[in-house]
Ligand binder design. Sequence first.
Ligand SMILES: [Zn+2]
Length: 412
Amino acid sequence: MLWIKNVIANLIFLILYFSVMTGLKIYIVSRYEKSVEKEKEATKLNTFLIRSIFLVNLIFGVAGSIFIIVLNSDKFTFSRHFYLFIIYFIEIFIISIFFATSIQAKILNQKLKNAFFLRQIVSGFLGLVLMVGIIFLPIVQISRTGDIKYLYFLSVAIFVGNYLFYLVIFNLQYPKRKLKENEGKIIKDTLKKFEIESIEVEVLDTLGQKFANLFAAGLFKQKLLVTSYALENLKEEEIKAAVVHEIGHIKAKHGRKILFGWFVAILYYLSFVFGLESIANYFVSNCEFYNFIQIVVFLVGTIQFLFLPSFISRTAEIEADLFVLKSGIKREEYESALKTLYAINYIKGDISNALEKVQSHPSLKNRIKILAEAENKLEREYEHKLNKICNNLTAACALFATVYLIFGVILS
Ligand SMILES: [Zn+2]
């Protein structure tokens, strides 16, 4: 009976996942209790916790997917596999929220409201259904046609699915409200100073989560979002510095530019893999190494695609940081605001360079370094860098698209 096999496999999977998370909890809490400088250790351990959960979830997500595919290999049905994936992912998601919040309650002294859990589970469920649905499209095509070429779309599907997952979570996780008359005066004053006081400001209620941040949101009707925890815990000059950074994003229309940059990165990736594949297909399609070449092309393309979107986001971040300096805020002042922001969010400021390459934001250490350089008139290097990246990507895209046109269409 296949369903009994599936139930047992899922139980084993759950027990394994639960054990790993319990081990993680015991390790982190005991390190926190033994530490002398509690605040410093909390920051270190929180960063460690977030990364560990990401890594464990990734490993278990892949392992669970393999479990499902192997167990149900005799017959691929869209609905059966789809539901099984959703069940596995939702289980991992709920258990990891449970562990993360119970560990953070201990080390960050953070008490979350019940609404936080409810919202996270509902938004997580919707986000996961959307993500798995999108990732499923190329997988279904591979299993239906047996054509390995559809593997090329998997990277794009994972990227888009992951982005939409976070978009759903971010939009549904926190209740929004308008800024009240008597609060955030420094925000209104700063917006006025830059002549964009008409922009809408909304407060995100973090429901007890220690999450201090500001965001420039919206593609066409831009608005400024600020979390309730930031409003309550940042000093006026810190809020001001952070608002000016966001104004930097708004004035440069980064929301639209980043999305466009990602779109170009996707086109570049697709033209790269299909361009090279068409050359291989033209010259060596009869060769036994052909499938191997296809996989290598896929890997090389995917590795580039892994770094490109985050490189684009980080460039926009640096542009916004430099805007703060140009607007007249002293470097020392901005640095101290950044340090406070990282500290009250319990985020470590110095991370490894390798890890930074896949993050949307540069590390505090690098931001401070770049700010110091900018003050020494090196900023010209960063001027219009975002446009340059997009132009170069477009040129490379055109090149590979031409290759595809010649070898994949005309000569084939
Ligand atoms: Zn930013």
